[in-house]
Write a protein that binds this ligand. Sequence first.
Ligand code: AMP
Ligand code: ZN
Length: 482
Amino acid sequence: MAPAMTDLRLFNSLTRQLETFQPVHPGEARVYSCGPTVYNYPHIGNMRAYVFADVLGRTLSFKGYTLTHVINITDVGHLTDDADAGEDKMEKMAAAKAQSIWDIARHYTEAYWADVKALNIRQPAKWTIATDYIDQMIQFATDIADRHCYALDSGLYFDVSTVADYGRLARAVTEEGEARIDEVEGKRNAADFAIWRKTPPGETRQMEWDSPWGRGAPGWHLECSVMSGEVLGFPFDIHTGGIDHREIHHPNEIAQNQAHCCTNGLDVAANSGANIWMHNNFLVERSGKMSKSAGEFLRLQLLADKGYHPLAYRLMCLQAHYRSELEFSWEGLGAALVRLRKMTLAYNRLDQTDAGHGANDIVGHPILQRFDAAMSDDLSTPRALIAFEEALAGPVPQSLALVKAMDAVLGLGLCDLNRRDLRLRPAGTRLDDQTVDSLVAERNAARKDRDFATSDRLRDELAALGVEVMDGDPLGWDWKLG
Ligand code: AMP
Ligand code: ZN
């Protein structure tokens, strides 16, 4: 793609500052994103985290870096409380469903991958599955155990006082944070966490392995340290996750990485494992529909069932900056769908009129420069969308090439969309699109000829099919389901 025009600046949660991206390996960008725990369907809030990571990856590609992106799948070790308490989410769901953990993991991993695909999230270079890395986890823990860990009856614990500046990423260990930490008898510091959890005597787990600290399972934080370091090598460029991870999961990963890397003492900046830590803010929904424990929660499939194309949700995410909270509402999603539909219609118009130019012709184009400036400013997608729509509004010279270049970053995939996909159509609606489209076309022709009797008759025929025509709709819908 176009050569880098503006320096890429990203907000580093570790320093709480915008920093210019400087790759560890020239020309390359190595990114690790904390992936899902596959004990249930992801909700759309979870998917915001992957849309964000995807936009980051696409931007790095746009800026000319060769991207290696890794996302993990957590199929063991994540407890019901991030602060190290409660039951393993996977074991709990398997018991509740009376299924094997492997079946649970496979089912929900596939469901997650389906959402990834539906949202145009690019495939990472590698999906790391936690249970494929157990040997490496035991090795990592063995390497740091003498200097940084201690054993209790329940497992091997990491002593956070053995590294410099524990919790720098979280900044303040809030009272609430402290209160959430479960007291395990014998822990030296409240924030110490298990890196290996022994199976309690008399119990068996579906997933357990032998280790120097007894039969059991790895801690969730250990998994991400190991998989990121194994595949990308410490230090790598960027580590991402949702903002909740800034408080416990990532500070714990960083502490382990400090212990493991410790080339320059235990200093955080030099040994956190990644140069930049980035966090997306939450999607929030006031009535609690995002909670996986609530009956009907907000999954991508629910959006589709109600007739909203998944990419309307992607656009809704892009309309907000990744570091601001985004409130979900059906009205907001509807507005994003309308905007996406307008973009698609504009794209189709351009596609029919623009002869098309090569990528080389657009280097230095002012619209592309504005787009680049927005994306380079900590991924300012709301501003980038305005440049995108400017090109779509065309025709300006090279509109189509510009739009294609920008869409490769935004990932809306306009060239694969058509207006039919973007019609609100709840699941189970039976409608013969071709009949509707030809009746609508016939009616438009009659109106043009001022043959109102025919036009009214056709409107009634459409109404009988459940279709309401929308003459002169300011948003550009030509009909909707009545
Ligand atoms: P989990 O499967 O619970 O580990 O979460 C997967 C990802 O989703 C993590 O990066 C979380 O930080 C992120 N996440 C969880 N809830 C939300 C939310 N409401 N909005 C945005 N990201 C979220
Ligand atoms: Zn993680």
